[in-house]
Write a protein that binds this ligand. Structure first.
Ligand SMILES: Cc1cc2nc3c(=O)[nH]c(=O)nc-3n(C[C@H](O)[C@H](O)[C@H](O)COP(=O)(O)OP(=O)(O)OC[C@H]3O[C@@H](n4cnc5c(N)ncnc54)[C@H](O)[C@@H]3O)c2cc1C
Length: 245
């Protein structure tokens, strides 16, 4: 009820697409200009509302990819049989408009600062809110020890690949490719499991803060693995994109 009341106070705003950047064959970033946007915290999301000519409306949630001081950007992965994502990835053009409301969420946020290590775990497009955190961490010059464990299907599916190849000081990036790997691949080559988590994650005794984002199954697997390593459940913040995210 409290969440619904909070959303009720958020106004739908007109957003215009200023730029569209192809990140991977199936993923695009939309940079938006939104009158009345009041800013966000790294990790938050927005609701997007599309309205068809006949008045039919569809709403979906999308995490914010940009750091708080950057232009508002969303990164959307195409689901071929989906209703909304094919429009946002394949059809929308610079100058097109749709509605959004937000920012939403106050739990899955990190402002990039602090001394305790931070572990970020992403499956597919689940990297989007974590990238906002990574960008914010860089923007403020933070050297908080940070590790990103990022699971993608193939090398071509790695979102923000070039940016992640140039990590800021104190950020370590670990990739795993679950379906295929290019010749000479030196990263991991399997789904996240207990052994892989044991190699990448700090011991629980270091009291890391954790943010996990991806499909429901991915998030549950990663969080269960960390709890089995002794991480207190309360130290693990999760964002689930749904069955397909
Ligand atoms: C907080 C939050 C943040 C998110 N952030 C992002 C983000 O940053 N980037 C991103 O790409 N996505 C994100 N998502 C996911 C996003 O909201 C959408 O779910 C996603 O884009 C798919 O929407 P769609 O309309 O294309 O697909 P939908 O039409 O919703 O369909 C999704 C899938 O479900 C299947 N399906 C649909 N209806 C049914 C049905 N009745 N029965 C069985 N199967 C069905 C479809 O076949 C399809 O495979 C986020 C979700 C949440 C909750």
């Amino acid at each position: 009820m409290a969440g619904a009341a909070l959303l009720g106070r958020l106004t739908w705003l007109a957003a215009e697409v200023a730029d569209a950047v192809q990140e991977t064959p199936r993923v695009r970033t939309l940079v938006l200009e939104t009158d009345g946007w009041t800013g966000h915290r790294a990790g938050q999301h927005v609701d997007v509302r599309l309205t068809a000519e006949d008045g039919y409306q569809a709403e979906r949630s999308y995490s914010i990819a940009s750091a708080p001081d950057e232009p508002l950007a969303l990164t959307i992965e195409l689901l071929e049989d989906g209703e909304v994502s094919p429009y946002l990835v394949d059809e929308v053009r610079a100058g097109d408009r749709f509605e959004l409301r937000g920012p939403i969420g106050g739990y899955f946020v990190w402002d990039g600062s602090g001394d305790a290590p931070v572990l970020l775990i992403a499956g597919g497009s689940g990297v989007v809110p974590l990238m906002s955190m990574i960008r914010q961490r860089a923007a403020i010059g933070s050297v908080t020890p940070t590790r990103l464990l990022y699971s993608s299907r193939t090398y071509e599916d790695v979102i923000y690949r070039a940016e992640l190849e140039q990590p800021a000081e104190g950020l370590e990036v670990f990739h795993t490719l679950t379906r295929s790997q290019p010749p000479g691949w030196t990263g991991y080559s399997r789904r996240i499991d207990a052994e892989l988590l044991g190699e990448v994650a700090w011991p629980a005794s270091e009291e890391p803060r954790v943010f996990v984002c991806g499909s429901t199954r991915f998030v549950d697997t990663a969080a269960d693995g960390l709890v089995a390593m002794g991480y207190p459940p309360g130290s693990i913040r999760t964002e689930r994109f749904g069955a397909t995210g």
